[in-house]
Design a protein around this ligand. Structure first.
Ligand SMILES: NC(=O)C1=CN([C@@H]2O[C@H](COP(=O)(O)OP(=O)(O)OC[C@H]3O[C@@H](n4cnc5c(N)ncnc54)[C@H](OP(=O)(O)O)[C@@H]3O)[C@@H](O)[C@H]2O)C=CC1
Ligand SMILES: O=C(O)C1=N[C@H](C(=O)O)C[C@H](O)C1
Length: 256
């Protein structure tokens, strides 16, 4: 067989948080993909070095905001590419990852606040719409097992909107509230109010409500099943070994 006709070696994938809701779904998706090989599944209390011992090319992390930076640092140290879905990222965290990667120019890290294609588009559309509306508020709705609020998706959406508003020279969102019961107006993310709802039956949902004279625009996305995140996760895994440096969000992988 000539070199070109030989099938490519499968990408060896380890999953951190493998027994969690997203980790387990990611293990199933990797297992079902012919070009990927699931070589390690690690959860709380397991030996992290199983990932390195198994020769993983890419690690997928779906754990918790308090541990994910340690995982990232360890993977980069071990020369393993990383795809992160775990929430809790801020610009300060992204900058720290860039610093770690500056010593490993061949490694790729993809951190995506949301892997669902519809959610990526919702963030993109919201960022584009932002400059045309004086008012904006975000309502994110999730299952009650979620440990962090606001969601990573809502934080990222608010940051994108805030940047677009600043670039367009918009002032603060109008709001005459003087008397407020704590939490009634949600949290303030760069001047954008974010409201977090939790209810049994929900998976992951978000509305971005824009308003200006005499009209509103609502952009809404719903994930009804965690399967919605898997095409994006697999896309990122395949891209990670060919995309050195830090990539934030799935937008660049979708040509946005
Ligand atoms: N980017 C995206 O598209 C999406 C991101 N998410 C994010 O992914 C993260 C996980 O969500 P979800 O799966 O629902 O949460 P789960 O709580 O179901 O899963 C997290 C898993 O990580 C495990 N864990 C905790 N500490 C460690 C550790 N040190 N090493 C290895 N595993 C550990 C937990 O174990 P134990 O329970 O025993 O502590 C648990 O099994 C959240 O931050 C969530 O916001 C979720 C959906 C989509
Ligand atoms: O915890 C979840 O479920 C989700 N977390 C991510 C977030 O915080 O934005 C992505 C999605 O909303 C589901």
């Amino acid at each position: 067989m000539t070199e070109e006709l030989q099938p490519a070696e499968p990408i060896r994938v380890g999953v951190l948080g493998a027994r969690g809701r997203m980790g387990a779904e990611a293990c199933r998706a990797v297992d079902a993909a012919p070009d990927l090989e699931l070589v390690a599944m690690v959860d709380a209390g397991d030996w992290l070095f199983n990932i390195a011992d198994a020769g993983a090319d890419v690690v997928i992390d779906f754990t918790t905001p308090d541990i994910v930076m340690d995982h990232l640092h360890w993977c980069i140290d071990q020369n393993i590419n990383v795809v992160v879905g775990t929430s809790g990222f801020t610009e300060t965290r992204y900058e720290r990852v860039r610093q770690w990667l500056s010593h490993k120019p061949d490694l790729g890290v993809i951190i995506a606040p949301n892997f669902a294609v519809g959610a990526v588009l919702m963030m993109e559309f919201a960022a584009r719409a932002a400059r045309w509306f004086e008012s904006v508020e975000i309502v994110e709705m999730h299952h009650p097992q979620k440990v962090d609020a606001p969601s990573g998706t809502a934080l990222r959406t608010a940051e994108l909107i805030a940047a677009a508003r600043e670039e367009a020279g918009l002032g603060p969102v109008p709001d005459a509230t003087k008397e407020e019961m704590l939490g009634a107006r949600g949290s303030d993310v760069g001047g954008v109010r974010v409201h977090s709802l939790r209810a049994t039956g929900l998976v992951a949902h978000q509305e971005v409500l824009f308003g200006t004279g005499g009209e509103t625009l609502t952009i809404r996305h719903d994930s009804y099943d965690r399967k919605s995140f898997m095409p994006g996760v697999l896309l990122a895994v395949r891209a990670a070994t060919r995309r050195p440096g830090l990539t934030v969000g799935l937008g660049p992988l979708l040509g946005l």
